[in-house]
Design a protein around this ligand. Structure first.
Ligand code: NAG
Ligand code: NAG
Ligand code: NAG
Length: 645
């Protein structure tokens, strides 16, 4: 029964909206603010955030400021959906409510938005500190009650920043005290975390005593922070004591604490002890070991213990999936001992394996080896590769290199003119289908590709490193990393260049995503693979879904092309987004086609037919392809219709 009335209501909303849009297009229609507000609020209350937003934008375009209720309803509508990107929209509307509208939101709105910021998955909350502080500021200036969870949350957010604003934390704690609130365990842990970043022993010890005094058990991470505090000021023995205390207090030792103690011992060069803890960790079978392998090999490199380094690296090959960081360490070691044959082998292996890859550091290392051994022709080859990838050459090497080049070439080549390789072109198409943006300048002469990855998606965090490498030579200087091995940002962009004109005209002709007319020529397996990795996901049932934006005709064309490749699929529309679904056995066919191009590290996440681990399917609101309408309980879904016959 309920379902029936729900779907007729949805139909009514859809009709109202169509009528509204139609009226807006009529020359005789004079915009009616009250009517638009009423309609938008109605849509918003039914969680139709896309429609509500459209009317909201219409009102703004009419030069009017939407009413307070509309700001409120739209923010809540955005907050009540798990769809990616909606939190940012909610923040935007909330901020405009205050800055553009001059309204004072209700306490509940401040609190809900704040809570949503804290509940971001995968540690991505830390990027929302500024927004959180803004909400706090608004609560203060409106004289509203600031609840304990707000203080606690804000201190927690501060403690996760790379550089912690201790003064701010202090003043927040003072405010808490003055409002008669007790600092709970969570605040104490946050303070320990903050102390661990600057080695503030006194504060850490004070906090620890408070933590002992509270009745709850102490979480294992607190021990790790305390170990870190001591190691920051060189008190290694104390760090060790804490490590041992953990076992006594909790009855076990965590992986993170093993990683930490091995790191601490490496830094103080107590390698025998570090090795013995490493052995313990391996024997415990608990797993993650990469951070420790990196610390060990890095220290052996510093100590010139190259045999030890090699045996540790080989052990790592057996037990983990070594990444570029540790490969680079091994490469440096090989070059240092002059084993260039082996170094070359490793360098080539890195280049061939896309999940490892080479970066500026790897190239500089091997270049240094060739130059000091006088192998000029190989040095030149690396130089060409570096020009092509726009890797910076370290300046001492550049001097040597110039001598080499001067004798062999008439002029030192300027960096090659930019051109996308075939692979780069195909990957770009896949990403564009998956939702990548292109920004064009006003005259549409130069265009910039905006790479944006979801910080809370594990597949995206793996993909972004590969993409950053792939388009390295095209990236804007601000998007290139100086150190080489640092964390890749989740947003970066290319330079603005006329070369991208073709892609801009095909995929983003008017600042909106469009499906190109010639799409049927371009859906190669590699394009499909990158579309999937970037804009698709595997459902908990093992089906494969691809996201696509554009017109229904464009989508039909895509579907037809897929069918001509014997790929059966179904289509579901959600607002402005279409989902192409490969269900059950169809997903196997799709997987067979794309698998060779899926990054090794992503295969487990994306393989058709497998069960999904929950934390990986960030976007996994399941889309029901079998029913004509979505269930009421979801609430968040926009008007949906099957466009597939
Ligand atoms: C601590 O726990 C003990 C027993 O578990 C209880 O008797 C005591 O009242 C608790 N103290 C506080 C301050 O909660
Ligand atoms: C390699 O793994 C370590 C430890 O897990 C990590 O800190 C580092 O960023 C990784 N390096 C690359 C290039 O992914
Ligand atoms: C590429 O490197 C990863 C990580 O070290 C490894 O797991 C994978 O087996 C390698 N793939 C090939 C084809 O060598």
């Amino acid at each position: 029964m309920r379902k029936g009335s729900g779907s007729s209501k949805r139909m009514l909303l859809t009709w109202l909206f169509i009528v509204y849009k139609w009226m807006m297009q009529q020359h005789w229609y004079r915009f009616d603010f009250a009517l638009a507000t009423k309609l938008a609020n109605y849509m918003g209350k039914e969680r139709k955030f896309t429609k509500c937003r459209e009317i909201f934008d219409d009102i703004i375009n009419q030069g009017r400021v939407p009413s307070e209720s509309m700001f409120h309803i739209l923010t809540v509508a955005y907050l009540s959906t798990p769809v990616q990107g909606c939190l940012d929209e909610a923040c935007g509307i909330y901020n405009r409510m205050i800055q553009l509208g001059g309204y004072q939101p209700r306490l509940s709105l401040h609190n809900s938005l704040f809570r949503a910021l804290l509940n971001r998955p995968g540690g991505s909350s830390k990027y929302y500190l500024k927004q959180a502080e803004f909400i706090f500021h608004n609560l203060e200036t409106c004289g509203l009650e600031i609840q304990k969870e707000i203080y606690t949350g804000l201190i927690w957010l501060h403690s996760y920043q790379d550089t912690v604003d201790k003064e701010r934390i202090k003043s927040l704690r003072k405010m808490m005290r003055e409002s008669g609130m007790e600092e709970g365990k969570e605040v104490l842990i946050s303070i320990l975390r903050a102390c661990s970043k600057d080695g503030d022993i006194e504060e850490a010890e004070r906090t620890w005593i408070k933590l002992l005094g509270s009745n709850d058990s102490i979480p294992s991470q607190a021990f790790v922070y305390k170990m870190e505090v001591y190691s920051k000021v060189g008190e290694i023995t104390k760090s060790l004591e804490v490590f041992r205390e953990m076992k006594k207090c909790l009855g076990y030792t965590s992986i993170a604490s093993y990683h930490k103690i091995i790191e601490v011992l490496c830094e103080s060069e107590q390698m025998d002890l570090a090795e013995s803890f490493m052995k313990e960790l391996i024997e415990s079978g608990m797993k993650p070991l990469m951070p420790s392998y990196i610390k060990l090999t890095d220290t052996y490199l510093r100590l010139n213990c190259h045999d030890k380094l090699e045996s540790t690296f080989l052990e790592c090959l057996e037990k983990c999936r070594p990444n570029r960081t540790i490969y680079n360490i091994y490469l440096s070691s090989l070059v240092k001992v002059g084993n260039l044959g082996k170094a070359e082998e490793i360098f080539n292996h890195m280049g061939e394996n896309v999940t490892i890859g080479v970066n500026a550091k790897s190239c500089n290392t091997i270049l240094c080896g060739y130059l000091s051994s006088g192998d000029n022709s190989k040095a030149e080859k690396i130089y060409d590769l570096m020009c092509q990838k726009k890797f910076e050459i370290e300046s001492p090497l550049m001097e040597k290199l110039e001598n080499v080049l001067r004798s062999s070439r008439k002029e030192v080549k300027k960096p090659l003119s930019l051109k996308l390789s075939k692979e780069q072109r195909e990957i770009l198409m896949g990403l564009l289908l998956g939702g990548l943006r292109i920004d064009s300048d006003e005259k549409r002469k130069n265009h910039m590709i905006r790479f944006e990855f979801n910080p809370s998606s594990i597949p995206h965090s793996i993909l972004k490193r590969h993409i950053h490498d792939q388009y390295h030579e095209w990236l804007h200087p601000s998007s290139k990393l100086t150190a080489g091995d640092g964390d890749i940002p989740h947003k970066f962009n290319t330079i603005s260049h006329s070369y991208f004109g073709f892609y801009a005209d095909q995929f983003w002709p008017k600042g909106q995503p469009v499906i190109p007319k010639l799409i049927h020529r371009w859906l190669s397996p590699i394009v499909l693979a990158y579309w999937y990795m970037y804009g698709g996901y595997r459902t908990s049932a093992g089906d494969i879904l691809l996201k696509l934006k554009g017109s229904s005709e464009g989508v039909e064309k895509v579907v037809k092309t897929l069918k001509s490749k014997s790929l059966n699929c179904r289509v579901k529309r959600k607002g402005r987004v279409f989902w192409i679904g490969f269900l059950r056995t169809d997903s196997m066919w799709f997987w067979k086609l794309v698998e060779p191009y899926i990054l090794d590290d992503l295969k487990d996440f994306l393989k058709a037919g497998s069960e999904t681990a929950d934390d990986c399917a960030v976007e996994s609101r399941d889309i029901n392809f079998d029913s004509a309408s979505d269930s009421d309980e979801k609430g968040s879904s926009d008007c949906s219709e099957d466009v597939n016959p």
